[in-house]
Design a binder for this molecule. Structure first.
Ligand code: AMP
Ligand code: MG
Length: 299
């Protein structure tokens, strides 16, 4: 099958959400591959080519030093965040990208508002930031477990629909601010089915090389599956904006998830119309002088 980057970019629209009003997570099949049926080798070839393109764009982003790119990854346990990030990162220049993982907050983090820790990890201009989990955990896992919210020691009553609506508003306002500062914000929900999660959790138990990944909380959280799906649906719907889109990435097939994520990053960077900054007249004079000086250097 001759899938090309261009083709993948065309199908991106299907998975991009910029307005949550009619959004139903159940409408998206985690096993969907947009009709593509690629052999492992074919998918790898396309991914390698796309990662190379991403690397070129990253180097333009870095040189131009105006925009930044933030990619947020959210998923249920075993959704494939780590593997996707590994593939995205495989070709890019480590100097221009920072990966940040957000786990259970510690004492210092709990002493601040929930956006504090993510703010500290935002990419600088010219940089790509990758968030492995994010501020969205504060309307997901924290919503499932009242004791996590209690640990945040908020002085006001913190419960009920209104409370979560306010958090969505704060997140949306935060992301609008980031966009206005020149940050391209892309949010990826790697969407796996409950049965695929079971398969992957079993693999963690069966494969000695994957045992380290297994955490008892994985099974505990699985009990909250429906609650999580409802919380994801609401959070995604409330925060999907043209300047901060969500991509609902069917992720039962890892190769498809990887291709879609990289295609979305390429598309977003291509839209910026990046170019290497042209030297000013003064810089051109300096370059000419430096060339003349080096030319007369005996060695
Ligand atoms: P992992 O991504 O598999 O390394 O797991 C990180 C764990 O940290 C997950 O169980 C998350 O739900 C949890 N976590 C991340 N952010 C928060 C948060 N703000 N409050 C509570 N737990 C969190
Ligand atoms: Mg985990």
């Amino acid at each position: 099958m001759g899938a090309s980057v261009a083709h993948l970019e065309k199908i991106l629209d299907r998975y991009r959400l910029t307005d949550g009003r009619k959004f139903h997570l159940a409408d998206i099949d985690p096993a969907d591959t947009a009709g593509l049926d690629l052999a492992k080798g074919e998918a790898e070839t396309i991914l390698a080519r796309d990662v190379k393109r991403l690397a070129e764009l990253q180097s333009l982003l870095y040189a131009q030093d105006r925009w930044s790119l933030l990619c947020i990854f959210q998923a249920m346990d075993a959704g494939g965040k780590d593997g996707t990030i590994k593939h995205v990162m495989s070709g890019v220049n480590p100097q221009g990208v920072q990966v940040s993982s957000f786990k259970e907050p510690g004492a210092e983090e709990l002493a601040h508002g929930f956006l504090w820790r993510v703010t500290r990890k935002l990419p600088a201009r010219g940089q790509i930031g990758i968030f492995n989990r994010s501020h969205y955990e504060d309307v997901l896992v924290v919503r499932m477990h009242p004791e996590l919210l209690a640990a945040q020691r908020l002085p006001h009553a913190a419960h009920g629909k209104e409370f979560w609506r306010h958090r969505f508003e704060d997140i949306a306002a935060f992301e609008t601010y980031l966009a206005r500062q020149g940050m391209v914000v892309l949010k990826f929900f790697l969407h796996i089915s409950r049965s695929e999660q079971k398969r992957r959790l079993l693999a963690r138990l069966d494969d000695p090389h994957k045992n380290w990944k297994y955490r008892p909380t994985d099974l505990a959280e699985r009990q909250y599956w429906d609650g999580y799906i409802a919380a994801y649906e609401e959070a995604i719907a409330a925060t999907a904006k043209p300047h901060a889109p969500w991509f609902i990435v069917p992720a039962d097939h890892k190769w498809f998830a990887h291709l879609l994520v990289v295609a979305a990053m390429i598309e977003a960077l291509e839209r910026l119309d990046l170019s290497y900054p042209a030297p000013t007249a003064a810089q051109r004079d300096l370059i000419a002088a430096a060339r003349a000086q080096l030319a007369t250097d005996p060695n």
